[in-house]
Design a protein. Sequence first.
Length: 422
Amino acid sequence: MNPFQVKMENEIRGHVVLLPFPAQGHMNPLLQFGKLLTTKGIKVTLATTIFLSKSIHIKPSDVSIETISDGSDETSGSFDKGYLERFKEVGSRTLKDLIKNHESSCNPVSCLVYDSICPWVLDVAKELGLIGASFFTQSTSVSSIYYHAYQGVLKAPVNQPTICIPGLPPLNPPDMPSSLYALSHLSSLTLDLLMSQFSNFEIADYVLFNTFDKLEAEVVSWMTNQWPHIKTIGPLTPTMYLDKQIKFDKDHPINLFKPSESPYLEWLNAKKLRETEELKLPIDFVKETSDKGLVVKWCSQMEVLAHEAIGCFVTHCGWNSVLEGLSFEVPLVAMPKMWDQPTNAKFVADVWGVGIRTKANDKGIVGREELLFCIREVTEGERRKVIKRNISTWMTSAKDATDIAGSSYVNIENFVKRLASI
C-alpha cells in the first residue's frame, strides 16, 4: 500500500488554502499536493479565480473549490504588468475575504500554500496569523539560477561562455532559462516575476519544491544548508502510477482544456508494447497517418505516458512533464523552447542521462531528420539500453522518496504534524 494513501481521520487536523497561479502547469502539482493532504486528515480548499472557475474541468475530489478575484472576472487577464498588479491588489483583498468567511466555522483556515510567483500571499498569511508556505513549481536547479539572478550575481542576458553556480554542473548560455539568455520584452517581464519569488521566501514558514532529494542532490543540499525551511515533497505525480495497487487517483484532477473522450487510449490499446512508429509528415497529415498516429485537440498526458505502448516521450521539457516521464519510466526526447525548459533539457540529457536533446538548425528549428534521429536513438539506437537503465534507476529513486521514511514522505509528514499542532 502506498504510504500516502492513509485512512481519513475522523477529526480534521487543519485547514489549508491553496492558491496557484492561474495556469495549467502551476495548478496541477499544487492541487495534487492538496489531494495528498486530504488523505492525511487535512481540509483543503483551492482558491481559483472567478473567470477560471467558469471554464476549468474539475474531477470530483475531497478538495473544495472557492473563488477569489484577479480583477478580470469576465475575461481572461493578459499576461502583462497591469494584470500582475491587479492580481496582487484585488487577489489580496478577496483572499482575505475567503479566509475570514471560515473564521467562525469548525475548520478555520490555518495555512496558505501559494504559488511562489505570488509572493504577496505571504503578506496575507502574516497579517492573519497563518502559516505561509511558498510552493515552487520549477526545479531547485532552475530556482537556484533565478536566485543568483535576483542577487545580481547573474546579469541578463548572460554572455560568459561558462556559468558556474553552486550545486550545478557547468552551464553554457543555451542551457540557461530563456529569460536570462534571450532577453526580450516578454522575457524581461517574466524574469522580474520569477525573481520576485525570492523577495520574501526567507521569512516564509516553508518553501516547498516538487522534486526529490536524490534527483537534484547537490543543489538541494546547498539550498537546504542555506535555508533549512526548504523541503522537497515530490514527485507529485498521481500516486496510482507510482503504486499500481492504488486506484484512488487516475489523473490530474483539474484541466483548463476539455479532454477528448477516449479515442487516444483506444488507439494506444491497439498497439504493440513499446512499438516504434515510422515518422511520416505528408501534407494531409491527419488522414494519411491515421494508421500510424492520432491527432487530438487535447488529451491526458498522464494517461498516455502510463500506457505500456509508449516507447518515448517527445517533450518541451516543462518541469511537470520531466517528472512524469521519470515517474513512468519513459525515455525522453528533449525539445525545449523557452523559460526553464532549456535547463531541464540539459539535465535530462547530460546529468540524469534519461533522454536525448534535439539540436536546432541555424534558423532555430528542429528539422524532421534531427527529430527522427533522436526518436530512433532512444527507442532502438546505441544509447537505448543506457537510457533505459538510467530512467529505471530514477523511477526507483522517485518511489523511494515517497515511500515510508523516504525524503519526501518525511517532509510531508512533518508538515502535517505542524498543521495538526495548531
